[in-house]
Design a binder for this molecule. Sequence first.
Ligand SMILES: Cc1cc2nc3c(=O)[nH]c(=O)nc-3n(C[C@H](O)[C@H](O)[C@H](O)COP(=O)(O)OP(=O)(O)OC[C@H]3O[C@@H](n4cnc5c(N)ncnc54)[C@H](O)[C@@H]3O)c2cc1C
Length: 410
Amino acid sequence: MTNNNSNPYFLSKESLGIDLERAFPALEKSMTADIAVIGGGITGVLISYFLAEAGIRTILLEGRMIGDAATGRNTGFILTGTVEHYSRAKALLGAEKAKRLWQITEDNHRIISEIISNEKLKCEYRKNGSLILGISAQEGTELKATYADLIADGFSADYLDEAACTEHLHCDQFTGAVRMQKDGEIHPVKFVQQLAGILAKKGIPIFEHTLVENFSSDETSDAVLIETDRGTVSCAMAILATNAYTAKLQPRLKDKIVPVQGQAFVTEPLDEMIFEEVIYANFGYEYWRQLQNGRFLVGGFRENSGNSVDNESESGNPELIKGLFEYFTSLFPQAKSAQISHAWAGTMGFSQDGIPLLGAVPGSPNVFVCGGYTGHGLGFAGSLGKMAAEMMIDGTSQNSDLFYSQRFAA
Ligand SMILES: Cc1cc2nc3c(=O)[nH]c(=O)nc-3n(C[C@H](O)[C@H](O)[C@H](O)COP(=O)(O)OP(=O)(O)OC[C@H]3O[C@@H](n4cnc5c(N)ncnc54)[C@H](O)[C@@H]3O)c2cc1C
């Protein structure tokens, strides 16, 4: 085990090749913009990108550093779908809604890969597919149904039965799997840092270490005044890309986007390559992949956190990290010799139905929110960033009804 339990691999020198330092200045004077984006994780950076593409005078305000929060602390999977397996999502949400959501996440991957290609980002992107693994008889049954539903609805997937899982993973603990060929992985910090650098070169002002403390805007205002700890920003519209931290700025969203802590660790490299795909197991509670340098990256265990956990703490919980390591190496004993080199936690924003929120915040038609991905921000932020920009510019975007921001009771 590492002694430092807040040492996120993707933010580290070992992973980036450099010490991550402030890349952008702090706000030093009051400014104006057409649209202010608050939060510089993957959501805020992508929204800024689409607004800039449309020629909107945009400003990006980040309280810490670009990619420093959940975006720098995740496992980098770009997955199709929501937190639920497809067959369960169809039962919970209805067939038509589930199919549209899955399509939007497929589009999301295409949008992200086009940005990587067009902007020549070097972010360790691979379209290596995902394996959704069952670990109980119940999950095995659901995955069989999920596969059938995916194929019937025109999505690409393969099914692996127990024997095929054993052969593929050299582990006989799995009850079946669905392989999604179109899924993949990125280095999330390289992605957002490089994209933010491109935006800055295009003249988009980006401010780090600039904490938004308040905004004023109501039903009657046609402008938004943003107060930061460094100065004010006057703009026509603003968007909260603050995910787990949204309720601090808009308390009416307190139980609509709820902070939930997830643990993760990375090991020293192992010569043997065990996994090709990114792996999402136990209904998404545990997930892992092997980086191209041989290190294992493993996350999850939120189901074991208990009620006393501080969901906003970014220090990995030593007990949970130990439990996660033991869980992983009980499945793959070959990994036992690999020491943990980095361990950390991150804070995700969960919504009540597992579907993100996008649209105006209650009582402030000129202030939007985009977040609540329920652990799937890389699977949605491309599509939703594009939709957010369209909604703020044109007042509408196809499929925005799925994410209606005021769908939960007050
Ligand atoms: C262990 C773990 C593993 C995960 N694995 C995956 C995965 O493999 N695939 C996947 O799709 N998702 C994964 N996730 C979830 C994913 O990380 C998030 O959904 C995603 O990063 C959300 O991005 P975001 O930009 O909305 O939020 P964040 O990255 O949290 O960004 C929000 C930003 O807003 C800033 N901010 C907040 N308040 C203010 C303020 N008042 N003023 C200024 N700035 C402010 C914060 O500093 C922060 O930088 C994982 C999460 C964790 C914790």
